[in-house]
Design a protein around this ligand. Structure first.
Ligand code: KIV
Length: 263
């Protein structure tokens, strides 16, 4: 990717070319991602893969702001989306106050909030106050404790109809794109076809307008569990462990450092 994406160029990809989104939490990885990805999401999944927590719910706004700034330092030409953490958009006023904090304290281009029809009024309030919003429908990780687990959506006619209503409501509220997570592929396709903004899938099959993956999953660094929808593009954990084992062995045997590493 050579040019930074904008809201306009992102919307124009609909029906033309799939969007590539990935999560990042720090400058080091963000810099590596920039050449290959259209958008970088500073996801609240960082609470799990970076901070080691069991779910995303204890991520704070301060944490999200800190990591968004780190990502922005590494990927200066990327369209960066900051995930609004649990509890920071419980009503329109809170959502606006907290999103303004994100916009004033980071160079993020947009925020992401979870929810469909039920959150449309909040998305509308943010957009009408100049905050660009990426929606997130389907499986909503911030509802994991309420729902008692991560449940794939779109399995019943009722869920299918709700998802289409959610997508339309998010679009009408002014979002420029949305993530659809953990939805049966045929239903995700119908949802994507029902709106004019890009619908970016994660665990939602290929017939959507782009894909997003959590970087530590797709690089095989996160070992706790691997969801069915994740493709590991490398076995990062094994590679890192084997490099560290070599380092440890060489320190113990004094094979490292050699003359070339010595002043
Ligand atoms: O927090 C996150 O990483 C996300 C992705 C799963 C889309 O919301």
């Amino acid at each position: 990717m050579t040019k930074k994406m904008t809201i306009t160029s992102i919307k124009k990809t609909k029906g033309v070319t799939p969007l590539v989104m990935i999560t990042a939490y720090d400058a080091l990885f963000a810099k590596l991602m920039e050449p290959s990805c259209d958008m970088i999401l500073v996801g609240d999944s960082l609470n799990m893969s970076f901070a080691g927590k069991a779910d995303t719910l204890s991520a704070t706004l301060e944490q999200m702001i800190y990591h968004t700034n780190a990502v922005a330092m590494g990927a200066k030409d990327s369209f960066i989306i900051c995930d609004m953490p649990f509890g920071t958009y419980i009503n329109s006023d809170e959502a606006l106050k907290n999103s303004i904090k994100v916009f004033q304290q980071t160079p993020a281009s947009a925020v992401k909030i979870e929810g469909g029809e039920d959150k449309a009024h909040i998305i509308k309030h943010l957009c009408s106050n100049s905050i660009a919003v990426c929606g997130h429908i389907g499986l909503l990780p911030q509802t994991v404790r309420l729902e008692g687990g991560y449940k794939v959506k779109g399995k019943t006619q009722e869920e299918r109809e709700q998802l289409i209503r959610d997508a339309k409501a998010v679009e009408s509220a002014g979002a420029f794109c949305m993530v659809i997570e953990g939805v049966k592929a045929d239903v995700a396709k119908e949802v994507a076809d029902s709106v004019n903004i890009p619908v970016i899938g994660i665990g939602a099959g290929r017939d959507v307008d782009g894909q997003v993956l959590v970087f530590s999953d797709m690089l095989g660094l996160f070992e706790e569990f691997t969801p069915k929808f994740v493709k590991k593009y490398m076995d990062g954990a094994s590679l890192v462990k084997s490099a560290l084992k070599s380092y440890s062995d060489e320190v113990k045997t004094k094979e490292f450092p050699q003359d070339i590493h010595t002043y």
